[in-house]
Design a protein around this ligand. Structure first.
Ligand SMILES: [Zn+2]
Length: 293
């Protein structure tokens, strides 16, 4: 659970200079942005179970227990929506074609942890976007083998086309695309990608199958920010200090608590579009200075 989404913080940084200058960074940029905008209305959570050379093969038991966790995460988020007067209906689907519940694709490095830690930021984003697009393409090919007729406009070449098809088929406003890798027995990261980007669609990669991690990553896709320290944020983060003091068991922290013990702060509710306004001190905390990568 530690370092749940370190890379989330990296994702939107588009500067390429290597100087360690500090740049202004506003978490609210991911609010109402990219394919998962406000967390409202009809939303699809689409899971893709990915096997690779160095991750544990997905067994039927692993998959069914992960689906149970996803259902628990959805219930929790829908319950929060209800408490906060929001209309939200999240449906769950997962890849299944050719009598297969999994897609095979090796990660850029052995694990997500190594992919993030052993490459430069630009390469992390580039290689993960390639990886996730290649999986989307394989999914499209499997759908076609199973009788789906694609034309040049609908053929699935990447994540964006996959999301477009799912949105159209399921008649939903947003699609939360989540790739699941089976790494729960060892230390690994889970991360959301492109949530601060304009260049590619957002998606998450989740290494653990507990409900809190799934809910946490899902919320990232709708704009929420991590409320715990990561090495990229630096120890002086106003946001983390504030969260530690006021919201220690917030869903976007990395506390090893059960989902039922977690809650949403006004910060998360603002970022996912449930509140239009936020107290001034919280708003200020969302603007940080970060090391330029
Ligand atoms: Zn996170």
């Amino acid at each position: 659970m530690k370092k749940l989404a370190t890379v989330l913080l990296l994702v939107g940084i588009v500067f390429s200079a290597s100087a360690q200058r500090r740049v202004k960074y506003d978490h609210a940029f991911s609010r109402d942005h990219n394919v998962c905008k406000k967390l409202k209305g009809d939303v699809l959570l689409y899971l893709v179970f990915v096997d690779s050379k160095y991750t544990k093969p997905w067994t039927y038991f692993d998959i069914t227990s992960t689906l149970d966790s996803a259902v628990a995460a959805i219930h929790w988020i829908e319950e929060q929506a209800k408490i906060n007067g929001q209309t939200l209906n999240i449906s769950l689907k997962y890849f299944y074609a050719d009598s297969q519940l999994t897609v095979y694709k090796d990660l850029p490095k052995k694990s997500l942890y190594e992919t993030i830690e052993k490459q430069k930021l630009k390469q992390v984003n580039y290689s993960m976007n390639q990886w996730s697009d290649a999986i989307a393409k394989k999914i499209g090919e499997a759908f076609e083998r199973n009788g789906w007729q694609a034309d040049k406009h609908t053929k699935i070449k990447n994540k964006e086309r996959l999301i477009a098809k799912l949105r159209n088929d399921e008649k939903v406003e947003s699609v939360a695309l989540m790739y699941m890798v089976n790494n729960y027995y060892k230390k690994d990261y889970s991360a959301a990608f492109n949530t601060y980007s304009n260049e590619d669609v957002e998606y998450a990669v989740t290494s653990y199958k507990n409900p809190k991690t799934i809910a946490h990553e899902f919320l990232h896709l709708f704009g929420s920010a991590d409320l715990y320290n990561t090495e990229h944020k630096g120890k002086e983060s106003k946001l983390v200090k504030l969260a530690n003091k006021e919201f220690p068991n917030e869903i976007m922290t990395n506390k090893p608590i059960k989902l039922e013990e977690a809650y949403m702060s006004p910060i998360t509710k603002y970022l996912i579009g449930w509140d239009e306004a936020i107290e001034e001190n919280y708003r200020t905390a969302l603007i940080e200075k970060r090391k330029k990568e």
